[in-house]
Write a protein that binds this ligand. Structure first.
Ligand code: NAD
Length: 378
């Protein structure tokens, strides 16, 4: 089976039995879900004969309090020296009034930049057991299983010049959508590789009828396509893509797009699963460790109550096992164990329906760990 560059790196490192993971629990429920995830990984390690070496660092609010900045240099060094970085969540009301450079989110953006992670992967999976939580009709959403690949370091969010200028008619604003051909090619190439490792279908989303950047995007996609004869390439305009995600989400396998389109489409797609609290994400660079974080935030409203749902963090760990640590079988086992607890009707408070009993974060962790099947079990 074809592998992504990150997976090749992971497979190379699979030969080593020690995996170095930088762990940044962060704020709010971050430390709670990450503590369960570390235990899960210890369990996986015992089953697959791998030793995880966990090194802990601070990021976000906790780092502001302890180190005086949201991303201390020692934490960047710790992450760079690891095979992968596992992050909980950052933020909370306590730091909301801080100036921009002393806000928790600055730590997150700084880390993505420091690690050069240009590709954000967001799998969109609809668990059969949670179908009724989707805002879409069950028959529309059942079986949807796709991956949104978003370019993360270019485009409108980073282009220069930007800002406000005074013109004859008054204040005007400028944002710049800048991409180099190289940036476009590397994300599209990853899209083809990922499609090849899944069901072989790649949807490239652009606005080529209006934007020059999108015309280049489409040209590069067409140029690369003959190198991947096993992958079917389809182009969709972004407005149509937004419609198709709610009309027929099952048609997608891998969706690749630029930064802002990906930001919007990935949140739209997350909502159709009905369980935004269950979604993992991975951000990968050309080399160096990948950054793995659940999509949810620090949930300050439930922090410390034991009610956090650890499943998004577990699925995030599965992505880390697959894409950075060269342990795809272990990744499958974690994903299957999560699906199994849901199929067995086990719920944390956020996904329990009225009248259903809710497990604590720890209890849910125990249930998933109990269901992990190792290669010796089959
Ligand atoms: P949030 O995701 O933290 O919470 C939204 C709602 O979902 C809350 O009711 C919360 O209790 C619930 N929720 C979220 N994750 C849950 C889980 N694992 N288990 C059970 N319930 C869960 O989003 P928010 O309230 O908009 O933001 C809270 C803080 O988190 C803010 O400071 C925000 O900036 C930050 N944030 C951080 C990240 C990140 O670290 N990547 C992402 C989003 C928001």
């Amino acid at each position: 089976m074809a592998t992504t560059p990150a997976e090749q790196a992971g497979t190379a490192s699979a030969a080593r039995t020690v995996k170095r993971v930088a762990v940044l629990p962060g704020d709010g429920i971050g430390p709670e879900v990450i503590a369960e995830t570390v235990q899960l990984l210890e369990h996986v390690g015992a089953r697959w004969g791998v030793r995880f070496e966990f090194s802990y660092g601070r990021i976000g609010g906790g780092a502001i309090d302890e180190d005086g900045e949201p991303l201390p240099a020692w934490v960047v060094d710790l992450c760079r020296g690891s095979d992968a970085v596992l992050l909980g969540a950052v933020g909370g009301p306590r730091w909301d009034r801080n100036p921009p450079h002393l806000r928790p989110e600055a730590g997150l953006l700084g880390l993505r930049k420091a690690l050069g992670v240009y590709a954000n992967l967001r799998p969109i999976t609809v668990f059969p057991a949670l179908l009724s939580s989707s805002p879409l009709r069950e028959e529309v959403v059942a079986g949807a299983d796709f991956l949104i690949l978003r370019e993360l370091t270019g485009g409108l969010y980073f282009g220069q010049p930007r800002g406000r200028v005074q013109e004859a008619e008054g204040t005007a604003v400028i944002d710049t959508l800048h991409y180099t051909e190289r940036e476009v090619e590397r994300i599209l190439r990853l899209g083809f590789e990922l499609a090849r490792s899944r069901r072989g279908h790649l949807t490239s989303v652009d606005k080529a009828n209006v934007l020059e950047s999108s015309r280049l995007w489409r040209e590069v996609a067409e140029r690369l396509a003959p190198e991947y004869p096993d992958v079917t390439l389809q182009h969709l305009l972004v407005d149509n893509a937004a419609m198709q995600i709610v009309r027929n989400p099952r048609q997608f396998d891998v969706v690749v797009t630029e930064n802002m389109f990906g930001d919007i489409l990935s949140d739209e797609a997350a909502v159709i699963t009905g369980s935004i609290g269950l979604l993992p994400s991975a951000s990968l660079g050309e080399s160096g460790p990948g950054l793995y974080e659940p999509v949810h935030g620090s949930a300050p409203d439930i922090a410390g109550t034991g009610r956090a749902n650890p499943l998004a963090a577990f699925l995030t760990a599965a992505m880390m096992l697959r894409h950075s640590l060269g342990l795809p079988e272990a990744a499958d086992a974690v994903e299957q164990a999560v699906a199994a607890v849901l199929a067995d009707g086990l719920r944390t408070a956020d996904i329990a329906r009225e009248g259903e009993a809710a497990l604590s974060c720890r209890e849910m962790g125990d249930e998933v760990r109990r269901r992990i099947q190792g290669r010796d079990d089959v």
